[in-house]
Design a protein around this ligand. Structure first.
Ligand code: HEC
Ligand code: HEC
Length: 412
């Protein structure tokens, strides 16, 4: 008994440490094992309820939450396009382009930090960044909130779910986050079944692919744990998106993003690649690093990488087989190199590359399909006794209501 416990102790300690992310980049020995995805969890101040998830679903597809009311989350995270967008670089707010590839929203509820550069700590924090960001939703807070308050269905639903007299924008972000957690999480894919002990759940080829993934191809070094992503950041030397070189609007957007993210003037003038995590941390060693992507929904989410640089999984596997690539943060252009030392040429045969791709495709599971819901209509708000348009314009609605003892109502 005692000997047994002793034998197990180091294993327990090691897995605890791995769970805390205690191992530095480059340590090849301790990777969190691949395990089935657990049920998704929610923060204590935003528990999942079916009603809130349904409300969030409507809001996800509602164009009211952008500047000119023409675009919804669902336009850049389209159910028919893997809950992302099919272009390499995402579309932007009308008249603009985005500068990065749109992630799938599937399984985003499991991410520690959101975005390629990890600049949002929760889905609740992520949604307003999306809807207010200049090249995404470009919405103005008061306008978006007023639109919700002018919609009878939302007034009723927000009251029932959040207990408020009028919808608050912050609650809309909570509802959207709940929708993503409740309806866009996958917990029963062939991979989950296989990892739970059903050896028939994957084909023989896929199982051989998994062996390569864990062994010779060494993908497991970064794509590990239940999500197949270690929540860390690396510069793999992914090449510059071609659009930044060839299309003026994309170049301008890239430069503007650098400016907006506060890079020093010299970098603003000279950098031409995406500095990734650096924009969030401003640590020189983080230049060019991007978050490891989960690999659970790949079949539906091409193209791949932060700028959609690769159209197929074959291209991705070729890229890794060559030991990654080069960009100006690896090739010495600026006098430094942040490329990860983990990537090395893999020497995979054509058959091995194919097995790896079969594995990546097969673990994607069923497509999460969803018909776009019908969006509730605006309504004419109830009459205010004695209020004419002229009076309302002259004195302002709130002042008018306060003279009638209705201040409480007007300020909700
Ligand atoms: C104009 C297109 C556009 C719109 C509108 C948009 N997104 Fe995104 N979304 C993107 C792009 C592009 C990224 C990647 C940006 C980055 O990482 O810098 C992204 C990233 C995300 C992520 C991060 C996923 C991950 O794995 O880290 C989530 C979640 C998300 N969006 C949800 C939403 C929600 C919810 C809305 C509406 C409130 C929304 N998006 C609106 C384009 C858009
Ligand atoms: C050193 C860590 C590391 C290793 C090893 C690694 N990856 Fe990645 N992987 C990443 C990072 C980081 C990204 C995002 C990079 C970016 O966009 O700049 C990524 C992205 C991907 C993507 C794109 C996913 C998407 O949604 O766009 C695929 C596919 C992928 N990796 C597959 C693999 C395979 C297969 C292997 C093994 C041959 C592997 N990776 C090895 C870190 C790694």
């Amino acid at each position: 008994m005692r000997t047994n416990m002793k034998a197990h102790a180091p294993v327990i300690v090691l897995s605890l440490l791995a769970g805390l992310g205690a191992y530095a980049e480059g340590d090849p020995d301790h990777d969190a094992p691949l395990t089935p995805l657990p049920p998704v969890s929610a923060p204590p101040d935003n528990p999942i309820t079916p009603e809130k998830a349904e409300l969030g679903k409507l809001l996800f597809f509602d164009t009211r939450l952008t500047g000119d009311a023409s675009l919804s989350c669902g336009d850049c995270h389209d159910p028919k396009k893997g809950w992302g967008s099919s272009g390499p670089i995402s579309r932007g707010y009308p008249g603009s382009v985005h500068w990065r590839n749109s992630h799938t929203a599937v399984n985003s509820g499991y991410q520690g930090k959101l975005f390629w550069q990890g600049n949002a700590r929760s889905l609740e924090e992520q949604a307003p960044i999306a809807n207010r960001g200049a090249v995404a939703g470009n919405g103005e807070r008061d306008v978006m909130q007023s639109r919700l308050r002018q919609t009878p269905y939302y007034i009723k639903a927000f009251k029932e779910i959040f207990g408020t007299e009028r919808p608050n924008l912050g609650d809309a972000w909570h509802a959207i986050a709940t929708f993503e957690r409740a309806m866009l999480s996958q917990t029963d894919t062939p991979l989950d079944q296989y990892l739970a002990g059903d050896e028939e759940a994957l084909s023989e080829e896929a199982i051989l692919g998994l062996e390569l993934f864990r062994g010779k191809a060494n993908c497991i070094e970064c794509h590990n744990g239940p999500l197949l992503a270690d929540q860390k950041y690396y510069n793999l030397g992914v090449p510059r998106p071609i659009e930044w070189e060839t299309i003026g609007l994309n170049t301008i957007t890239f430069r503007w993003e650098n400016y907006a993210k506060g890079v020093p003037e010299e970098s603003y003038r000279t950098w031409k690649d995406d500095a990734g995590l650096y924009y969030t941390t401003k640590r020189p060693e983080d230049v060019g690093k991007h978050r490891t992507q989960p690999l659970r929904y790949l079949l539906y989410t091409a193209p791949y990488m932060h700028g959609g640089q690769f159209y197929t999984l074959d291209e991705v596997v070729d890229f890794y087989n060559e030991g990654g690539g080069d960009n100006e943060f690896t090739d010495g252009t600026h006098g430094f190199n942040t490329k990860t030392s983990i990537l090395k040429p893999l020497d995979l045969t054509d058959d091995e590359k194919e097995l790896l791709v079969i594995f990546l495709e097969e673990i994607s599971g069923d497509e999460i399909t969803m018909a776009t819901p019908e969006i509730p209509l605006y309504g004419v708000m109830p009459d205010v006794p004695g209020l004419t348009q002229t009076a309302a314009k002259r004195i302002g609605l709130e002042t008018y209501l306060s003279t009638r003892g209705g201040a409480q109502e007007a300020s909700q």
